[in-house]
Design a protein around this ligand. Structure first.
Ligand SMILES: Cc1ncc(COP(=O)(O)O)c(C=O)c1O
Length: 373
């Protein structure tokens, strides 16, 4: 058993995928071929956003977003401590100052109250992460951003396809609310390719043009470099694969939600375990199904499952302010008690689009048997 069954997902749409791959192989346009533009247009329609700019991976997308917004060394950028490293890594790489803040216990996403407390005259941007498949508190975050004149970059790597209801009642796609949205097409993501890939989204024409130029060596016209850029492209092959899979993204989300519902029903009454909470004003596309295991029993449950051939993962074993690379006297031990506790409690169970009922029954039975011991 694996956390994610990518092979079965491929086999279900093999003829379409193989045809797309062979089309690219036979026309030979491996870089910036027509499939890149087709996928870009289709993703723009799907998300309801003016511009999608494909790039090489989700980490690059975040970096290019910060370059596109003109953030300068010394500028402070606020993001979550309880997240994947990529978000904070690129802030530091650009000479910006990552300012890590606490999570909400309810859904593990960045706490807007803590964001506001962390704002200084040097703060320029906020990077909320839509962790595990549902939205951070974007209504509150956008209000803060407006009040203090800050940019917002949404890290949508784990929540592509999820919807969010804004304060005015509009239902929009995550990643299209802030100035820029970023995503990853890493194979295990909700929309995953067969290698690395990523994209940026924006409704701002000027920003889109700047981002496109930065992702392409800072050039609009070949060999004329107006700004310092990077080389970050989505391969034509990956775009062709993604364009096929995009048609199934809503079905994939439904399948994941069905698995999550089944886990919820089977596990919610177990004492010592908390099933994932869902926000009311948005969908959860369950990139991860993440339990909290109380009373210091998380690692024992993980071992119990492993001994029975069931994988599980800890996303994430350390909050970023505990990572050596981000050590800073600003964040002593105990400064973010929720993130610190979550790191010792969270356990993600296998979830994917091809989960068989009998496999899930087996997982559930073994989680239950641990708590019966
Ligand atoms: C929240 C988050 N941000 C950024 C990334 C980086 O994406 P990539 O691996 O495509 O660089 C990931 C992917 O693992 C992620 O989960």
């Amino acid at each position: 058993m694996e956390m994610v069954d990518l092979k079965s997902q491929y086999l279900k749409i093999k003829p379409e995928i193989d045809m797309a791959i062979h089309r690219v192989l036979s026309n030979g346009a491996f870089i910036n071929g027509p499939d890149v533009k087709d996928f870009q247009n289709n993703l723009e329609k799907y998300l309801g956003v003016k511009h999608v700019i494909p790039c090489a991976n989700g980490t690059d997308a975040l970096q290019i977003a910060m370059m596109g917004l003109g953030l300068m060394p010394g500028d402070e950028v606020i993001t979550a401590s309880f997240t994947y490293v990529a978000t904070a890594e690129v802030i530091a790489l650009l000479g910006l100052v990552p300012v890590l803040v606490e999570a909400k216990e309810f859904d593990f996403t960045i706490d807007p109250i803590e964001i506001e407390k962390a704002i200084t005259p040097k703060t320029r941007a906020i990077v909320p992460v839509h962790l595990f498949g549902q939205g951070a508190d974007m209504n509150a975050i956008m209000e803060i951003a407006q009040k203090y004149n800050l940019f917002v970059i949404e890290d949508t790597a784990q929540a592509l396809g999820a919807k969010y209801q804004l304060s005015d009642g509009a239902n929009v796609s995550l990643g299209t609310i802030g100035d820029i949205g970023c995503t990853s097409f890493f194979p295990s993501k909700n929309l995953g390719c067969f290698g690395d890939g990523g994209a940026l989204f924006t409704n701002n024409d000027k920003l889109a043009a700047a981002i496109r130029m930065i992702a392409n060596h800072g050039q609009k016209v070949r060999y004329y470099h107006d700004v310092i850029g990077v080389n970050s492209r989505l391969d034509t092959l990956q775009a062709a694969i993604l364009d096929v899979k995009l048609k199934y993204l809503n079905n994939y989300a439904e399948a994941r939600i069905h698995v999550a519902d089944t886990y919820d029903n089977a596990l919610k009454s177990i004492e010592g375990l908390i099933t994932p909470k869902r926000i009311e004003n948005g969908t959860h596309v369950f990139h991860q199904y993440t339990l909290r295991i109380l009373n210091g029993k998380r690692d024992a449950l993980r071992k119990h499952l492993e001994e029975r051939g069931i994988p599980s993962m800890v996303y994430y074993p350390l909050p970023l302010h505990f990572q050596k690379a981000f050590e800073n006297e600003r964040y002593p031990i105990g400064s973010m008690p929720i993130s610190e506790r979550l790191s010792s409690e969270v356990l993600s169970l296998p979830i994917h689009t091809e989960m068989l009922q009998e496999t899930q029954d087996f997982i559930v039975e073994n989680v239950k048997s641990f708590f019966r011991l």
